[in-house]
Design a protein around this ligand. Sequence first.
Ligand SMILES: [Fe+2]
Ligand SMILES: [Fe+2]
Length: 187
Amino acid sequence: MEEVIEEIKRILKKMISEYRLKHIMGVTYTAKILADKYGVEENRIELAALGHDLFRDVKPYKFLKIAKVYEIGISYVEKKNPILLHGKIAAEYLKREYNIPEDVYEAIYYHTSGYKHFGIVGKIIFIADSIEPTRKYKNVEYYRDIAFYDINRAYKEILKNKVIYSLERNHFLLSDTVDAWNYSIAQ
Ligand SMILES: [Fe+2]
Ligand SMILES: [Fe+2]
């Protein structure tokens, strides 16, 4: 897995802006601390964190084409807003090229939406994506605090915040987000 991590670091420098790289390094930093806290293998988390936004700076018009090649089903919402596909595409790319583990694949694939069946790797990446050090928004400190004592609560609260944020701005809601939310409150 170390070799794949080094390879992804090389690819990142070519595919990602400096601004985005700071975010990705922030996610990696936070996710590793959470992994240590919750007893998750560090390599797995580093791989997922480094890979999650690998395609984030690709021009959005390319996403629909790549998604078709990778046979990713495109929803109405994704068709209208193709940037939402960047996680799914990164996950498929990394699976095809490097045969990444299933939980790392899921963490990357669903990091934008959340996922009702997320395991610990998925939850850590989803949370770290929202609370890494460069993130600045109202209540971010609150989410940072709860992430370190209750991972499930942090996941649910961040999911809720994303839903509220989207509704308040009349943004789309991905169906996986709605499913993740419904499932999380039934737990
Ligand atoms: Fe992303
Ligand atoms: Fe991200």
